[in-house]
Design a protein around this ligand. Structure first.
Ligand code: IVH
Length: 722
């Protein structure tokens, strides 16, 4: 079967027919994909045979697939999962969920909170596509369901696996549980050969109330809200429990498909409905932002009587060709946005202001509040941002909250918007104690006593203690093990704090030395409260598993200021390997060097980020710590997009002058998708300059350097049909 990828794919349009490739001819990545595929089919067959007494495939075919599975595991032993079907005698898995790598990443959505944000979303899209203000642009609008997302994979019309979102790349295999949800079809008729349907699992208000009442009767755990109840029910190791908990599923998107579902979002949703999925009946077409906002207000007005939780309205560009052109940022599509409902508000007393020290030394003030319920959640902390915010000023010195400052003991209005940390919106001066004193922001670090300095132009005061500051060291470690970084199972913020306190780990490299140094530490660890032999062994295994790490994750995990997830991806893509990257950072310290020019030439890297990178690498103690870490790792080179046949793969391209057929952003995204590096400045390393009318100094420099210069039409011809 041929996978053609999907317009909802952000990256790697996997063009593989792994099912037809002999085991010994598979690449590592293909083998991983094929084992997941076979695992799904075999598990479903096992279940059909052992649990449902209704075999779906012949014994001979079952044996053939199982042999193939074992052969591939033999060739790629590192890919053999702990719950491999080869080791099973049938029936469902006994413990834990296995993992499923999403063939196409499951993404999240950017947020809009105000009408202006929605206008900006529309403007951004028009600008990107080069559409005028009056050009026709149709969107869909639909409720944003407050549940948890699930990806269902069908092959030849049969549900082969179901996976939670997980970190977007790898989710949990909850197939057995998904089979218990009535609105998830097990078999589809006239479906594409491969079809991944994505949507939201949720629980209705009525079922949630009934479940909590039942739980109370049986002394079971009660759930805080329907979302938690849905998540707890889907992520049940015992699928029988899932069956007893009524869950529902709305389909709203798709992943890999072997043939397109439609030309439009609306058409695709209609197709999913025809295939037997529930889709939200409030999904409508809208023309322009006024229409979107009207629909938003309508859905908001119906929110209380829907019978299930929604937390906003999702807008999607209707044309799938346009969605494809717009593509994705690192974790969110450009063609969709979630317009969240207004935050809920509550008044309470601010008991105290405390200062937390972050990984970069930033002193962050936190309001400790008398606990209050805001939108169904008990809130007892809120962020106060920085000293200006407390004083009632913004970064430019203009008054905020009419210039009212915030003092300990004040009555404050707290709000939550989406999942973000609660904030303080207002202060009630009429309730202020006449003796209350303005808050004095500390000038020294409350954790290590070092001086806390505020640099000109920076809103934040920072501890200069660096590695000697325990708060910075612990926060750096927490960041290092976080989800987007090393994501080590069983090693979260709590464990990191404990190990740091006990002197077991001081810096990231120590994590990988844990089992060696404290090998007998297993003995020590398992005697600890909260640790047993199994969890200790699991932890060491989980750490070992992460010794192999993709370059972008490693760069992100270093926690360098200004270098976030998408910048790490950019840097990884540009330099390709750790050696190239680290050598470049060392040489770029000299701002006269070509390495510096190359670094700030990367589209998306500015001087601030570049300086932060080179400073980190130039700092001896910091650098030594990075080297110790790298010595423990096997770093995977950046995964190159499949650019076979691309004449611009690996080439450095500069766009200059006015482009007439596409916008600069679109040109850049397209070039990068074809494996080119897009730079904003011309140097000896530039391979190609695409010059539109009005190209000035860059074209001149290119011609001086003898770099090839072509016009927009020649560029389009070059990449046509790719
Ligand atoms: S579309 C590529 N539509 O909201 C984008 N998501 O905050 C695919 N969600 O991860 C998502 N209702 O779990 C989409 N009607 C809807 C949704 C929806 C709820 C969830 C989904 C997503 C999250 C982002």
């Amino acid at each position: 079967m041929k996978l053609t990828g999907s317009n909802q794919a952000g990256d790697a349009q996997t063009q593989v027919e792994t099912a037809d490739i002999a085991p010994e001819a598979l690449t590592h990545r293909q083998a991983e994909f094929e084992l997941t595929r076979l695992g799904g089919i075999l598990a479903a067959a096992n279940r059909a045979y052992h649990t449902l007494d209704a075999p779906e495939i012949s014994d001979a075919e079952y044996d053939r697939l199982k042999r193939r599975n074992a052969q591939i595991e033999g060739l790629f032993p590192d890919l053999k999962s702990s719950d491999s079907v080869s080791d099973q005698v049938g029936g469902p898995l006994a413990e834990g969920f296995s993992k499923i790598r999403h063939e196409i990443r499951m993404l999240s959505l950017g947020n809009a909170f105000t009408d202006e944000d929605v206008d900006e979303f529309d403007t951004r899209i028009r600008k990107y596509l080069g559409l005028g203000d009056d050009a026709e642009l149709t969107y869909t609008a639909e409720p944003k369901i407050d549940g948890l997302s699930l990806s269902l994979r069908y092959e030849a019309g049969h549900l082969v696996h179901a996976a939670t979102r997980g970190d977007g790349e790898v989710g949990e295999n909850v197939t057995a549980n998904a089979r218990m949800i009535a609105s998830i079809p097990q078999v589809l008729e006239n479906a594409p050969d491969v079809l991944e349907v994505r949507g939201e699992v949720y629980m209705s208000h009525a079922d949630f109330e009934a479940l909590n009442a039942r739980q109370a009767e049986t002394d079971g755990k009660s759930f805080a809200n329907p979302r938690n109840a849905a998540a707890g029910s889907l992520r049940q190791l015992d699928a029988k429990i899932t069956r007893s908990r009524p869950l529902e599923f709305f389909a709203y998107a798709w992943g890999a498909v072997s043939e397109t579902l439609s030309d439009t979002q609306m058409g695709a949703i209609k197709r999913l409905q025809d295939l037997g999925f529930q889709t939200n009946p409030m999904t409508v077409l809208c023309h322009g932002t006024a229409d979107l906002l009207a629909q938003y207000r309508q859905i908001e007005a119906r929110r209380a009587t829907l019978g299930y939780d929604i937390d906003g309205v999702v807008y999607k560009v209707n044309g799938l060709d346009l969605q494809k052109r717009l593509g994705f940022r690192s974790t969110t599509p450009r063609w969709a946005i979630a317009h969240k409902f207004a935050a809920e508000l509550a008044w309470t007393r601010l008991e105290a202001i405390e200062i937390q020290v972050g990984r970069t030394g930033a002193l962050s003030p936190v309001a400790r509040l008398f606990p209050v319920t805001v939108g169904g959640v008990v809130v007892s902390n809120a962020t106060l941002h920085n000293e200006d915010y407390i004083a009632g000023r913004d970064a430019k010195g203009n008054p905020i909250r009419d210039g009212k400052d915030i003092r300990e003991g004040d009555w404050v209005q707290v709000y939550r918007a989406g999942d973000v940390i609660p904030k303080v919106a207002d202060v009630d001066l009429s309730k202020r104690d006449p003796g209350a004193k303005p808050y004095q922001f500390p000038k020294t670090c409350p954790e290590c006593g070092s001086e806390a300095v505020r640099e000109p132009g920076d809103a934040v005061r920072r501890c200069i203690g660096g590695l000697i500051c325990p708060a910075q060291a612990v926060e750096k470690l927490k960041y290092f093990v976080s989800r987007s970084a090393f994501d080590i199972e069983g090693l979260g913020a709590k464990q990191v704090e404990q190990f740091y306190k006990d002197g077991w780990i001081h810096e990231p490299a120590d994590i990988f030395l844990l089992s060696e140094k404290y090998g007998s530490g297993l003995q020590q660890l398992k005697n600890r409260e909260g640790w047993g032999e199994k969890s200790a062994t699991n932890l060491f295994d989980a750490i070992d598993e992460k010794r192999r790490i993709p370059l972008n994750r490693l760069i992100f995990a270093l926690g360098i200021r200004h270098v976030g997830e998408s910048a790490s991806q950019l840097l990884a893509n540009h330099y390709g390997s750790w050696v190239e990257f680290s050598v470049a950072m060392d040489t770029a310290t000299d701002i006269e060097s070509p390495a510096w020019a190359e670094l700030i030439g990367i589209d998306g890297v500015g001087e601030v980020m570049a300086t932060s990178l080179t400073r980190t690498f130039a700092q001896e103690a910091e650098r030594a710590s990075i080297e110790r870490l790298v010595g423990e790792l096997e770093i995977e080179d950046a995964v190159r997009v499949d650019t076979t046949g691309s004449p611009v793969a690996g080439k450095t391209v500069v766009f200059t002058g006015t482009l007439e057929k596409m916008t600069r952003a679109e040109a850049k995204a397209r070039a990068e998708a074809l494996g080119a590096k897009v730079s904003s400045s011309v140097s000896a390393k530039t391979d190609l300059v695409v010059a539109g009318p009005g190209a000035g100094s860059k074209a001149k420099k290119a011609s001086d350097l003898g770099v090839e210069i072509i016009d927009e039409d020649a560029w389009l011809a070059l990449i046509a049909d790719l």
